[in-house]
Design a protein. Structure first.
Length: 190
């Protein structure tokens, strides 16, 4: 009986420490030290939340830069990869469909190369970044749709190219939501 009581006390103690006190402490520290990140790195425009820096959004019109395709339709709950293998017919059909849609939207020949990150989904399905090459690939379409000069749009794209994290982790990248919001602001000013 003594051993059972010790076990119950230990279970209750560690449940309170690890299930209540620790999460509350970490939440307080996160809110004080990293308030924006702890609340989802939300972006607000004109008093309205328009997205998060870390979650991709679907942009379909030709007026915007497009993110990577999403296997989960850009929804956060079912996010994830398709888990199709490299020999999967479904994966090949999806990639070919994305490539065809890109070529059509950009008035390119059927065999024109397209950036791989615009035809392959990311592991999470919510990757907010594309490569600088993928952003540059879209400049002519976006400039034409907005009636802007390609040089003006190219300058904006280059402004939003982020270097690898800490100078050596990962590759250069462009946050699509931030770029599109800046594009809207630039379009309003003209």
């Amino acid at each position: 009986m003594k051993l059972i009581m010790q076990s119950i006390k230990q279970t209750l103690f560690w449940t309170v420490v690890t299930g209540l006190l620790y999460p509350v402490l970490i939440t307080i520290i996160a809110q004080l030290a990293f308030h924006n990140q702890a609340n989802g790195s939300l972006i607000e425009r004109n008093g309205k939340i328009v997205g998060s820096t870390w979650i991709a959004q679907q942009f379909q019109t030709t007026r915007y830069f497009w993110p990577r395709p999403s296997a989960g339709s850009y929804a956060t709950v079912p996010s994830g990869a398709s888990n199709y293998g490299p020999t999967s017919k479904k994966l090949q059909d999806a990639v070919n469909g994305f490539a065809t849609a890109l070529r059509t939207a950009h008035n390119l020949p059927a065999n024109a190369p397209v950036p791989s990150d615009l035809v392959f989904t990311s592991a999470s399905g919510l990757d907010p970044h594309i490569s600088p090459e993928a952003a540059r690939f879209q400049i002519a379409r976006v400039a034409l749709a907005r009636g802007m000069g390609e040089g003006q749009v190219r300058t904006l794209v280059e402004k939003f190219v982020e270097p690898p994290q800490w100078g050596f982790l990962g590759e250069p990248r462009v946050n699509v939501l931030n770029l599109n919001l800046a594009l809207d602001e630039l379009d309003v000013k003209k």
